[in-house]
Design a protein around this ligand. Structure first.
Ligand code: NAD
Length: 293
């Protein structure tokens, strides 16, 4: 089975590398980023999303948000122009569930199956091939591409119809954002009280408050290392999609709205391109203390 990979950013590049390492024949393209390193590893380079598609049985996209996915798949020179019945498109970007459904319907009209398959785990797990992948679509298509997804993730779960993958991802992003905010507020309190935050981390990480988020983000906070990882501007995008989806379904999301405004303040402060662990800097500024080693 030949694979096309579109979108070679922080996540897409290591995911594509893992597919090459697993022995798949890849054709790759990114509208803005160079991809000589992937070509050096054996991938074929293409000049458009359409060309990637015409050379591939399964086309994977890993792009920032709904407009990019719609442009790459449905736009001029897009996937839909190189597609033919029987091919499969898998969008692994985190986008609005309604956009996944729109793209899925347009491809279905061409006899093409579609899955939304967003991921969790960030760059380290993209590199290790241990992402958590949450998939929306039909069982037959899922079974066909599952071996490919398993080369990028250690957990691959079909959660429902098209759009369900991205609903699951929104739930994931709410939990992650609120967890970082809770960790930030708590560690700022500890630091201002004069207790070593590294010792607080050691003392509580194995208890009920411990979490994957705490283990991933507290070491970054203690080092003052806010290099992304996952950029605040991308998390703002996810929370906006969560708030829009919630409001359309009559689901108020008061905690999500709160942390969204924290992220907006950080954006105004010039931190949109920082890792989302920089949420701590909002709380640090309020209390005039830094949580560092
Ligand atoms: P990124 O901005 O690093 O990469 C996106 C890539 O898409 C860029 O290289 C860009 O040039 C390319 N692109 C944009 N429009 C295009 C188009 N029309 N055609 C072809 N290429 C195009 O973003 P990322 O961090 O890799 O994230 C990708 C997706 O994965 C996002 O939806 C993000 O929310 C999600 N995600 C990211 C992380 C993370 O930790 N970075 C974790 C989980 C999920």
């Amino acid at each position: 089975m030949t694979i096309g990979f579109i979108g070679l950013g922080i996540m897409g590049r290591p995911m594509a590398k893992n597919l090459i390492k697993a022995g798949y024949k890849l054709t790759v393209y990114d509208k803005f980023a160079k991809f000589d390193d992937l070509v050096a590893l054996g991938a074929g380079g293409a000049a458009s999303n359409k060309e990637v598609t015409s050379k591939s049985d399964v086309i994977i996209t890993m792009l920032p948000n709904s407009p990019h996915v719609k442009e790459a798949i449905l736009g001029d020179g897009g996937v839909i122009e190189g597609i033919s019945s029987g091919k499969i498109v898998v969008d692994m970007s985190s986008i609005a569930p309604a956009a996944s459904q729109e793209v899925g319907a347009a491809l279905k009209a061409k006899g093409v199956a579609f899955l939304d398959a967003p991921v969790s785990g960030g760059e380290p797990k993209a590199i290790d091939g241990t992402l958590a992948i949450m998939v929306g679509g039909d069982q037959k298509t899922f079974d066909t591409v599952k071996p490919i997804l398993e080369k990028m993730g250690s957990s691959v779960v079909l959660v429902g119809d098209i759009g369900a993958g991205n609903v699951t991802k929104l739930a994931n992003q709410i939990v992650v954002a609120l967890n970082i905010a809770a960790v930030s507020e708590a560690f700022v309190l500890a630091a201002k009280a004069g207790v070593d935050p590294a010792k607080v981390f050691d003392a509580i990480k194995g208890g009920l408050a411990g979490s994957t988020v705490m283990n991933a983000k507290v070491p970054m906070i203690l080092d003052g290392n806010f290099k992304p990882g996952f950029r605040i501007e991308l998390h703002i995008k996810d929370l906006q999609n969560a708030l829009d989806t919630g409001h359309n379904l009559n689901v108020p999301l008061p905690l999500t709205a709160n942390v969204m405004e924290t992220m907006q303040a950080l954006k105004v402060d010039g931190m949109a391109a920082n890792d989302h662990s920089a949420i701590v800097r909002f709380y640090e500024k309020l209390a005039k203390i830094e949580v560092r080693k």
